[in-house]
Design a protein. Structure first.
Ligand code: GSH
Length: 231
């Protein structure tokens, strides 16, 4: 591994295999929030590095993000929701212990994993990337995306976060909701959602984590909490 920056006092705990996408950013934000030092391994999706045998040995589904926990027998975790839960349990942060509060966070995490992510992802595919423009497909996914963002807006009425406190459910949903423009979805009128998007964007860990990986430059070592300068 090539490290662009090394900190002598730093003990890397987590290897993060990621790319500059919503699912990847969930994990860099989480690592910045919980303060674990980590090494970033940028996977080029364009070059299909996620389909190479060494990557498939970690995640048979061939998708980022993946983490390896050096502190736990090189334990591998794939699927961003499972990674968020793993890191929350490892550090005791952003996932309440009390049974009902924990279930509520899990419900909103699953809402993102099973609904918002897949629908916004398909909206991106058909609105942005698919060579043929198929209006029915674009409409279907944009409408479903907007419906789900409206569900978030309703949940956020009168509260700062999706559940009692800031949690992994906020991180997961924010990473997809913040990309509404990229999906071609207009959220004007969803004031609670917009306020929550802005509230989270101001968190220093979110500011740092959403910009990782920083460039197409390959691998780097991150001391969680280190200021990122975007050039
Ligand atoms: N459910 C998975 C989805 C992962 C996923 O779709 N990752 C995308 C980037 S956001 C990817 O690796 N795409 C490359 C590909 O489809 O080959 C998770 O949440 O981790």
């Amino acid at each position: 591994m090539v490290c662009s920056r090394l900190f002598p006092e730093q003990i890397i705990v987590i290897d993060l295999y990621t790319a500059a996408t919503p699912n990847g950013r969930k994990i860099s934000i989480m690592l910045e929030e919980v303060g674990l030092d980590y090494a970033v391994h940028e996977i080029s999706l364009g070059k299909q590095e996620q389909k190479r045998p060494a990557f498939l040995a970690m995640n048979p589904n061939g998708r980022i993000p993946v983490i390896v926990d050096r502190d736990n027998d090189e334990f591998v975790v794939f699927e961003s929701g499972a990674i968020l839960v793993y890191l929350a349990e490892k550090t005791g942060k952003l996932f309440p212990r009390e049974e009902k509060a924990r279930s509520r966070v899990m419900q909103w995490l699953m809402f993102q994993m099973g609904n918002l992510g897949p629908m916004m992802g398909q909206a991106n595919v058909f609105f942005r990337y698919f060579p043929e423009k198929i209006p029915a497909a674009i409409d279907r996914y944009q409408h479903e995306g907007l419906r789900l963002l409206t569900v978030l807006d309703t949940q956020l009425a009168g509260r700062d976060y999706l559940c009692e406190q800031y949690s992994i459910a906020d991180i997961a949903n924010w990473c997809w909701a913040i990309g509404h423009q990229w999906s071609g979805i207009d959220i004007s009128g969803l004031g609670n959602l917009q306020a929550w998007l802005d509230r989270l964007a101001k968190r220093p860990a979110v500011e740092r984590g959403r910009n990782i990986p920083q460039s197409k430059s390959g691998n780097e070592t991150r001391k969680a909490g280190e200021k990122i300068i975007i050039r």
